[in-house]
Every structure is written in C-alpha cells, then in structure tokens.
Design a protein around this ligand. Sequence first.
Ligand code: TYD
Length: 132
Amino acid sequence: TINNVSIVEVPTVSDTRGKLAVIEKDCIPFNIKRVYYLYDVPSDSYRGGHAHKKLYQMLVALSGSFEVHLKDGENERKITLNKPDKGLLIVPGIWREIDNFSSGSVCLVLASEDYDESDYIRDYEAFELFKR
Ligand code: TYD
C-alpha cells in the first residue's frame, strides 16, 4: 500500500568543493538492475500513468523538481521531489503519475528489474481489478 512508499535520505559527503551523494545497499532495499532518467521534459508533460506488478523503483530529482501522484486503489499521496539527496521509494502495486516538471529537471530512476512491458499495468481500471 501507499504506506510502504517512503522518502529515503541519501547519504552525502559535503565539503567546500560541493556535495557527493551515494546510493548503495544500506539506503535502498533492492539490487539495482537498471538505471534510467527523464530529461528535456516539457513543463506541461505528464509521465507515468501506470503501476508495476513486481518492480521496485527509487526516483530522485537530480535537478529541478516535479510532482509524483501515487494511488494504491484506496489512498492517494502527492510528493514533490526537489532535492538530489532525497529518494522516493515506490514499491510494486502503486499507480504513479508524474507532472509539473520544472525547466531543466532530471528524474533519475533506479529499478530492481530489467525493462519488461509485461510488468506494467497501464490501464487504471485493470489496476483497480489487480488491487482487489
Ligand atoms: P514508460 O515507462 O511508459 O515511461 P514513463 O513512465 O516515464 O512515462 O516508458 C516510455 C517508453 O520507453 C515506452 O515505450 C517503453 C520505453 N522504455 C524502454 O524501452 N526501456 C525502459 O527501461 C523504460 C523505462 C522505458
């Protein structure tokens, strides 16, 4: 459920030269199998609009900001990501939509599985049936 979605603090090493954030196994509860990122996203763009059956993901706003709207079939949550040292952990079975991308924003996604279209639920009614 949506209660299993959490914000993860990414440990950072900071000095006068700047900040370095490290995502490794103590801050992420899955093995990273795939990394992708969204960039050059028009501000009126809408991404996501699907859920996953098995996939775990962590989203990080490496630059700029965007909003993530989450639904588990019962409850909803809106989370604004705007800090490179905060990760949003999304467990399987959560409907997500992402919008309000600021100009120049970059959304990093760490994923637990290879890309597999059969793991997607792209139809909201099918998602509601899946959740019953
Ligand atoms: P999609 O997951 O729907 O993007 P978003 O959730 O950001 O809106 O993927 C968009 C397209 O990219 C879709 O045709 C599938 C393709 N794709 C890959 O080929 N490999 C990948 O790892 C991902 C995430 C998407």
